[in-house]
Write a protein that binds this ligand. Sequence first.
Ligand SMILES: Cc1ncc(COP(=O)(O)O)c(C=O)c1O
Length: 446
Amino acid sequence: MHALAPEHCDIDILHKGQTISDFIEDKIKELGSVESEEPFCVANLDSVFKKHLRWLTELPRVKPFYAVKCNNTAAVLKMMSALDTGFDCASKGEIQLALSLGVTPDKIIYAHTTKPLSHIKYACAHGVDMMTFDSEDELLKISLCHAKAKLVLRIAVDDSKSLIRLSSKFGARLVSVGKLLERARELGLEVIGVSFHVGSGCTGSLAFKQAIADARRVFDIANLLGFQMTLLDIGGGFPGRDDLQVKFEEFPEVINGALDEFFPPDSGVQIIAEPGRYYVESAFTLAANVIAKRVILDDTDEHAEENRPDRMMMYYINDGVYGSLNCLINDAAHTKVEPYLQRAVERSEQRHRSVIWGPTCDSTDKVTDSCWIPELHVGDWLLIDNMGAYSVTLSSDFNGFEKAHIYPVMTAETWHALCQVQTSHFCLCRQSVCQMRQLWSHKIVP
Ligand SMILES: Cc1ncc(COP(=O)(O)O)c(C=O)c1O
């Protein structure tokens, strides 16, 4: 258990004027006071909220089903639930988690095409009916243990513009669609729609246009076979940060245009998506502590001195590729990070060639290759932004190093806005409850 983890502490409300940087600074002081230097992440729920408002404005026809696999932090899921999104779950465990947080089964799509039988049975027993498939064998399994399922046929689409390609593993080819639909009918199963995923970390919005056109062809084949499909699921793949070349803003224009062309509003087809990275990537900041340091001298230089300006510095921080920074290895869309010092840095401070390592005994546990940064000292804190996607969820405690504790925060304004949409999904820590009471007593919240 983390030194500062208060039981049931869920979300901190920022004081008026308090920024995320202020919160991190306070947390570091708090940790120092109990002689702890464990790594932690701050989850900025205002950022998730703003992303949602942007989604609603820019993709008004598309209902998001947040992809739990991307980041399953309870506060994030509660936030999404409060915002009335659906959820894309990939397993019994993710369905269990969503249900345990109060999500109703009709808001869940079991979006994995290769499911263990026992997980399908679990979905059936808990009323989760919507699920994807892409093969005859999957249809057979579903017919055996969830005959009332509402099936979504996942098709393979061109994923060549994405950093993480998925179509080699999942999705029926267009040529097999007719046969799969016939088989579903033979088995007495209901097919309600089509899904695709252009791949995660999509770098070209036109991939969506082609995929939506492919989905239209499947709807047409289904119509000819007498199926009345009513759902199109355009998957995930949307960018999660604004500092990269590919920006979210180029996607809505292409997607809205393609939807209006191939699935106009009067088609009666409901459109959903499964965004993961989009919602959470930029919301998380990691704070890691410099726990050790070495100065590397050139063996061949007999006059080498520790204070030479061209010396190489090695720093060891207490989170790495086996912890939150596993995205450096596991997420092809996030192979580089830019740590920066939590303290203010003077422009004039000398930079040194430095390598930053993670804490474990493994030499693959490297955070940055040679980079030029001011000299660090043991006890300094480094911050890394954009740590919300496929990072904390995949973290391990290899070598016995603790996983980063997650502190979800939001401003009172956001909390207030959430309260106005009649939500009570959040459990707050003590000082936040006081602030909430103040809000309530001022009758800001009806
Ligand atoms: C089926 C499915 N849906 C949604 C997602 C989320 O994708 P992204 O995080 O790129 O939005 C993934 C990611 O792999 C996925 O496999």
